[in-house]
Design a protein around this ligand. Structure first.
Ligand code: ARG
Ligand code: GLU
Length: 719
């Protein structure tokens, strides 16, 4: 009997949360997962990783900018993240004379490190469970439909009230934030310290940092050295301060030791970072909605857009440069959606979620609690009721708002018009100058009207095919009335007539500015009409979204109650999490097997000097041919590049430190395989892999390739 109970308990425990699944909250880790981590090989104690009363490994993990993770690797504030996370900074410092994107950049002394105004690095000083406090405050709210329980504004007011004004005044650079977890069933407060002086220390050339570019993006086996190096600066007291040449390198509480020991298949590995968003608690109807509306529309529309863009890029090398970043941004989410739909189908996520729902309904009934069933009925109804609106909203967003660039021409012309009507010559000059600046901000060096025109033609045709004419933006009536439905002519007309249609048009307008030209500008009218439709859709969808959020909270509450004997992790919400698992390869399909470690051999195999995505820099080839890998090579003499692990990561985990059983840095996370992106809905143990650049490749590039070996002196390297 005892045995039976034990094995039943074990079966239960392993049911909803699979072995390496989970993005765990650090304060809950000890009770939830620590034992399993140790069983898998972790040699640390829980307080080594997270200690509310003193410094621990978590203090070396930071939010890099607005959507990536970074880690501190020296007592002088040296920071590692991905090349694609530092890309914007590297790009801003680049010019034709100093093309750091192409050639890479290495500061050879602290004086040469480059400031990046506007960038931030955020440390998480403290994490507190404030559920009782927040629920107490929410209970004072008399409106049963109040959405305060999820409102960032409301929650952050509560956070400020909790710590008090004085605390924030006494601690410069400190902010507090309360975030909702489990759909609003639990709340944690994060005390954050935000540093604003961040300097670029080094970056490999894109031919290393972005090797394989879009073709290899979301793919394993991978051969990208996706890393860049920064340093955090503080004022003389170690406090956050805006850039100043008097600032000094930050003396951090913690930094990671770096291991050269490397990885073997099945080794324990863990990652800390800031995963952005997952949907583990989807119902079956939301899975279908995601598949049939969100993903399908995105795939279909971007397919059309990217084909048109690529055609132009292949025709003209200058267009290729102009549009490479836009193309990459477009394909990134596109490939992700393809992988997501593949996994939804392959693993029948709809059925998986349905079984969970049915189980909860039965469990609720057994406990005389019908609220979960009610919540599920509500969700099903909402998903069905919002179908048309959501479809329209996704089509408008993908085909027009994100798809067509000229929707973003400057439309706020009221002040210009006012100045043109008035007699104040100076005001008029000033307003026209501002408009000119806004125009050039839109039609910048990465904009091609020809490409935009071509894309607009194909996308508007698709949009008009898919959306009922009665619910298209109002201005579209012109297409039928004036152009007899001829979209090509309509688009040509917009570019011909609009002041924004070309630099010529704009210059002509500046030479003879008129109120009429602005008020009747067809591109402005078009853009405003699209925005109006966007706002209307958003408003119509809001009531559904609110109703959904309330029901979702009840559903998640039910699952937590039903599975209360086991560890449950909340969906990702860009808060600090830990995921652990093993270094492992995988089998993508019958008879195929991918190993866990790639090497420089693979870089050479992929080399293609005629394709910018696969150019290998000369110096790297020299090192390869000379087998000059120093202490960074594998036992078999090869040079490691990347490895894969079963850790449960998502967007936002880019740049995350990957640590071994001793908590030493072994790699930097930068991607996932496309077969694994379904893990945002349901973890896929046999398919899902984090893609991680091996720290030995990072050091090899810094030391041997770039000759910036002096940086290694400030790190703690464990051989
Ligand atoms: N797929 C990775 C992540 O979302 C890397 C993206 C950057 N690289 C690229 N080729 N677009 O987001
Ligand atoms: N590249 C992603 C990022 O920028 C991480 C890949 C993933 O989604 O797992 O955050």
């Amino acid at each position: 009997m005892k045995k039976l109970i034990i094995s039943l308990a074990a079966a239960l425990l392993s049911l909803p949360t699979m072995a390496d699944e989970g993005m765990w909250l650090l304060p809950l880790l000890k009770g939830q997962r620590f034992q399993q981590m140790q069983e898998l090989g972790l040699k640390l104690q829980h307080y080594d990783i997270y200690n509310p009363d003193s410094s621990s490994l978590k203090d070396a993990v930071v939010i890099f900018g607005g959507g990536c993770t970074g880690e501190i690797v020296s007592p002088d504030g040296l920071l590692l993240t991905n090349h694609h996370c530092g890309y914007g900074c590297i790009q801003r410092h680049s010019s034709l004379e100093h093309d750091y994107l192409t050639d890479g950049f290495w500061a050879m002394s602290r004086e040469e490190e480059l400031p990046n105004p506007g960038m931030t690095v955020t440390f998480i000083d403290k994490i507190d469970d404030v559920t009782d406090y927040v629920k107490g405050e929410l209970a004072k709210d008399t409106d049963p439909n109040s959405m305060n329980f999820l409102s960032p504004k409301y929650l952050n007011e509560l956070a400020k009230a909790k710590v008090g004004e004085n605390f924030l005044q006494d601690n410069p650079g400190t902010e507090v934030e309360i975030k909702a977890f489990y759909g609003g069933n639990q709340y944690f407060m994060f005390t954050k310290k935000i540093y604003k002086d961040l300097r670029l220390v080094g970056a490999p050339p894109s031919s290393i940092g972005k090797f394989g570019a879009d073709t290899d993006n979301w793919m394993w086996p991978r051969h990208t050295g996706d890393f860049s190096v920064f340093r955090v600066y503080a004022d003389k007291n170690g406090n956050p301060a805006p850039y100043s040449k008097d600032n000094v390198p930050l003396r951090p509480k913690r930094w990671f030791k770096i291991s050269l020991k490397g990885v073997q298949e099945n080794d324990f590995a863990m990652m800390m970072g800031f995963p952005g968003r997952t949907n583990k608690y989807y119902t079956s109807w939301e899975v279908a909605e995601r598949r049939d509306i969100d993903n399908t529309i995105r795939i279909n529309i971007r397919d059309i857009r990217q084909k048109a863009m690529l055609e132009e890029m292949l025709k003209d090398p200058s267009v290729r440069i102009q549009y490479s970043s836009k193309y990459a941004g477009s394909t990134n989410a596109y490939k992700n959606s393809i992988g997501s739909n593949w996994a939804i189908k392959k693993r029948n996520f709809e059925q998986v979620k349905k079984e969970e729902q049915d189980k909860l309904i039965a469990w609720g009934e057994k406990n005389c609690d019908g609220s979960y069933k009610d919540a599920l009925v509500t969700i099903e109804q909402i998903i069905s009721d919002r179908k048309d609106l959501r479809t329209r909203s996704w089509l408008l967003d993908e085909a027009i708002i994100r798809g067509i660039e000229f929707v973003n021409v400057p439309t706020k012309t009221e002040k210009v018009i006012e100045a043109l009507k008035g007699n104040d010559k100076e005001a008029r000059k000033e307003q026209l100058r501002l408009l000119e600046r806004a125009y050039h901000g839109f039609a910048n060096s990465n904009y091609s009207a020809e490409v935009d025109k071509k894309i607009a033609k194909v996308l508007l045709k698709e949009y008009r095919n898919q959306v009922n004419p009665h619910v298209q933006p109002e201005y579209f009536q012109i297409i039928d009335k004036k152009f007899k439905g001829d979209i090509d002519r309509f688009v040509d007309y917009l570019f011909e007539k609009s002041i924004y249609g070309s630099d010529d048009n704009f210059d002509k307008f500046l030479a003879h500015p008129s109120v009429k030209a602005l008020e009747n500008d067809p591109m402005i009218l078009f853009a405003n009409s699209v925005r109006k439709e966007e706002a209307a859709l958003k408003e119509s969808l809001q009531s559904f979204n609110d109703g959904y959020a309330l029901a979702h909270r009840t559903y998640v509450k039910g699952l937590l109650a039903m599975y209360k004997d086991q560890a449950n992790f909340p969906d990702a919400n860009f808060t600090l999490r830990l995921t652990y698992g093993q270094v492992k390869g995988y089998s993508p399909s019958d008879c195929n097997y991918f190993g866990h470690q790639t090497t420089l051999d693979g870089v050479m195999e992929k080399e293609d000097p005629t394709n910018w995505e696969f150019v290998v820099p000369k110096r790297l080839k020299e090192l390869y041919n000379a087998n000059d890998f120093g202490r960074y090579k594998l036992q078999n003499g090869k040079m490691p590049v990347a490895f894969s692990a079963t850790t449960h990561s998502t967007g936002g985990n880019s740049g995350s430190p990957v640590l071994n059983d001793c908590g030493e840095l072994i790699g930097i996370n930068f991607d996932r395989n496309w077969e694994g992106v379904g893990g945002d809905i349901q973890y896929l143990p046999d398919y899902q892999r984090s893609i991680i650049v091996d720290i030995r490749y990072v050091l090899f590039i810094m030391d041997k390739y770039a000759g910036a070996g002096y940086l290694l002196k400030e790190m703690e390297i464990v051989e």
